[in-house]
Design a protein around this ligand. Structure first.
Ligand code: URP
Ligand code: ZN
Ligand code: ZN
Length: 454
C-alpha cells in the first residue's frame, strides 16, 4: 500500500504486513510471489479508526438498542472503524462482574472488528469496589459513569466521590455523561405538565446550562481527587467552557464530541409528524451556532476525540414509545457506520481541519487515552495491521437503504459524502471493500488494556 504527501507523518511508501502486524514501511517494497497486494495509488492509507463511545448491547428506557455485535461491527468496518469501545451499562441492581461477563459474552465470537469496553458503575458499594478491581485486572482500564438518568444509571454525589477515588487508586480514567439529573426531572415535569409533550421539547428539558452544570460538577470532584476524567458527548459552548476551565485549573480532563453535533442541530428534533424523535438523544442536538466552536475545538486540540455514541432505536416502533410524552422516547442516534465519511467530507474537504487532526481525533488520540497505543491508532512497524485505504475521489449519498446498521432510519439520510474506504483491514485481513463487508464474523478480539496511573 502506498501513502502519499510531504508532511513527516504524511508520505508515500509501501506498507508490508506479515500475519496480523505491520512489519516494514519503505519505498518500493517488492512483494514476494503470492503476496496479497492492495494498490493504494491515488488514495490515502489511514490507521484503522477508533470509535471510543458506542452502545451495542444497551438495555435502556424499557427497550434494547437494535444492533448486535455482528451488525454493528460490519457497519463499523465498511465505514473505516476497526476498533470500538463499548459502554457496559449495568442497572443499579446488577453486579459489575456479572455485567462485564454478559457484555463480553455478547461481543466475543460475534464481532468482526476488535473491541474493548468502558466499565459502567450503576451504583457504588463494597461489592462494586471489590469487583471493579477484578475487572481492571481483566484488562478494562476505564470506567463509565452517568450524572444523568436519575433512577436508572445515575450516581449520587457520594457515589461519584467514591468512584473517582477508586479510579485514582486503580490508575484508570473515568468517562462521564455530564448532565444535572435533578434539573432534568424538574424541567421534564414542568414541560409535560404544560402539555409540551412532543420531541421538540426534549432540548428545553436539557438545555446547555444543565449540561454545563454536570461538567462543572465533575470538574469539582475530579479536582478534589486529582482524578483523570473524560467528558463524553460534549455538545455546546457552555459545556466545553466548563471543561476547558477545569483544564486551566489543573484538572486532567479530556473532551469528546460527536459527529451528530457537528452536522445536525436542534431543528432536526423539531421536524413534524414525530420525525423529530429520530434526533432525540442526550445531551440534545444544539443550536447550530455551537458547531463552529466544536469544529474549532477539534482543529485546535481543546476537544480531543470524535465519537458517535451510537445508540440505534427503530423509529417505527421503539421511538414511538414516546409518541405522547417525549420523556419516553428512547434516547440515541445511530451513526457508527457514517462517522468517518461525514467527518472527512464536512471537516477535511471543507477545510475545517487538516488530515493530521482528522486522524488524531478519530483514531490516534483515543488509542493514547485508553491504553491502545501503539498497538492501534498508528501506522508503524509493530502495530496491528488495521489499515483504511481511503478513496477521496468517491462520491455518494448516505441512505438507510444501503446501510448495514440494524435500524430503520439514518440520521444523515440524503447527505452527500466525498470519500469512502475502498479497503479496510483488521489485523492483516481485508474486512471491507467499497462499502461491502467481506470480513469474518467472530474474528474481532477483546483488547486487554493496562491501567495508566496518570
Ligand atoms: O442519548 C444517548 N446519548 N443515548 C445513549 C446513552 C448515553 O447517554 O450515552
Ligand atoms: Zn451519555
Ligand atoms: Zn453513550
Amino acid at each position: 500500500m502506498r501513502r502519499r504527501n510531504h508532511h513527516p507523518h504524511c508520505y508515500t511508501a509501501d506498507i508490508w504486513c506479515e500475519g496480523e502486524t505491520i512489519t516494514r514501511i519503505d519505498r518500493n517494497i517488492a512483494p514476494p510471489p503470492g503476496a496479497e497486494v492492495i494498490d493504494a495509488s491515488g488514495k490515502y492509507v489511514f490507521p484503522g479508526f477508533i470509535d471510543p463511545h458506542v452502545h451495542i448491547h444497551l438495555p435502556f428506557m424499557g427497550t434494547f438498542a437494535k444492533d448486535t455485535h455482528e451488525t454493528a461491527s460490519k457497519a463499523a468496518l465498511v465505514g473505516g472503524t476497526t476498533t470500538f469501545i463499548e459502554m457496559i451499562c449495568p442497572a443499579r441492581a446488577d453486579g459489575p462482574m456479572e455485567s462485564f461477563e454478559l457484555w463480553l459474552g455478547k461481543a466475543q465470537g460475534q464481532s468482526a472488528c476488535d473491541f474493548t469496553f468502558h466499565m459502567g458503575l450503576g451504583r457504588y458499594d463494597d461489592q462494586v469496589e471489590q469487583e471493579m478491581d477484578g475487572i481492571v485486572k481483566r484488562g478494562v482500564s476505564s470506567f463509565k459513569i452517568f450524572l444523568a438518568y436519575k433512577g436508572a444509571f445515575g450516581l449520587s454525589d457520594e457515589e461519584l466521590y467514591r468512584t473517582l477515588r477508586l479510579a485514582k487508586k486503580l490508575g484508570v480514567i473515568t468517562t462521564a455523561h455530564c448532565e444535572n439529573a435533578d434539573l432534568i426531572v424538574e424541567l421534564q415535569q414542568k414541560l409535560v405538565g404544560e402539555g409540551k409533550t412532543g420531541p421538540e421539547w426534549h432540548h428545553e428539558s436539557r438545555p446547555p446550562l444543565v449540561e454545563a452544570e454536570g461538567v462543572h460538577h465533575l470538574m469539582t470532584f475530579a479536582r478534589l481527587l486529582d482524578a483523570h476524567v473524560y467528558v463524553v458527548h460534549t455538545s455546546c459552548e457552555e459545556a466545553v467552557r466548563e471543561a476547558v476551565n477545569g483544564k486551566l485549573g489543573g484538572v486532567k480532563v479530556w473532551i469528546e464530541t460527536l459527529i451528530q453535533y457537528l452536522v445536525t442541530d436542534k431543528t432536526f428534533a423539531e421536524r413534524p409528524d414525530f420525525e423529530g424523535a429520530k434526533y432525540v438523544m442526550s445531551p440534545p442536538l444544539r443550536d447550530k451556532r455551537n458547531q463552529d466552536l466544536l469544529w474549532n475545538g477539534l482543529r485546535d486540540g481543546f476537544i480531543s476525540t470524535l465519537a458517535t455514541d451510537h445508540a440505534p432505536f427503530d423509529f417505527a416502533t421503539q421511538k414511538r414509545m414516546g409518541i405522547k410524552d417525549f420523556t419516553r422516547i428512547p434516547n440515541g442516534i445511530p451513526s457508527l457506520e457514517d462517522r468517518i465519511n461525514v467527518f472527512y467530507t464536512y471537516g477535511v474537504k471543507r477545510g475545517r481541519l487538516d488530515l493530521h487532526r482528522f486522524v488524531d481525533t478519530a483514531s490516534t488520540r483515543a488509542a493514547k487515552l485508553f491504553g491502545l497505543f501503539p498497538r492501534k491508532g498508528t501506522i508503524q512497524p509493530g502495530s496491528d495491521a488495521d489499515l483504511v485505504v481511503y478513496d477521496p475521489g468517491y462520491r455518494g449519498t448516505i441512505s438507510v437503504k444501503t446501510q448495514l446498521m440494524n435500524v430503520d432510519y439514518n440520521p444523515f439520510e440524503g447527505m452527500a459524502i466525498e470519500g469512502r474506504p475502498s479497503a479496510v483491514t483488521v489485523r492483516g485481513q481485508v474486512a471491507a471493500r467499497d462499502g461491502k463487508f467481506v470480513g469474518q464474523v467472530g474474528r474481532g478480539r477483546f483488547l486487554e488494556r493496562e491501567p495508566s496511573h496518570f
